[in-house]
Design a protein around this ligand. Structure first.
Ligand SMILES: [Zn+2]
Length: 121
């Protein structure tokens, strides 16, 4: 059996972030001028070779877990922005933290990717 190498979430974000500027609140936002912005997940999605121009039936989380098995981990993590805030922020699983860092703290996608790399993702 041949093992399919799994693309790391951090690598996919770095690749996808080259395609569009960062957006917030949705994975992919169509701007009036026809351009798009993507959040950390949107970047990961495109960085993995997927496209927002295709239809993907079913649950978004399951889709992401199939692309990035690390997201199946339900272990709760302290928000890494807690340190810079000087007090404890939220505790979420990895899937939730990525939305949180992108939308609530507005971390740049490459910063999110760097943090993911440090976690081994
Ligand atoms: Zn936080």
């Amino acid at each position: 059996m041949v093992e399919t190498p799994t693309l790391l979430l951090s690598e996919a974000i770095r690749e996808g972030a080259k395609l569009h500027p960062q957006g917030f609140g949705r994975m992919c936002i169509e701007l009036p001028d026809g351009t798009r912005s993507t959040c950390a997940y949107g970047a990961a999605f495109e960085g993995a070779g997927e496209s927002f121009d295709r239809d993907y039936p079913g649950d978004t989380r399951k889709l992401f877990e199939s692309l990035f098995p690390a997201l199946k981990n339900r272990r709760f993590l302290q928000c890494p922005a807690s340190k810079e805030r000087g007090n404890a922020c939220v505790i979420l699983d990895l899937y939730g933290l990525m939305f949180h860092l992108n939308d609530s703290h507005r971390w740049k996608r490459l910063r999110i990717a760097d943090w993911l790399s440090e976690q081994g993702y």
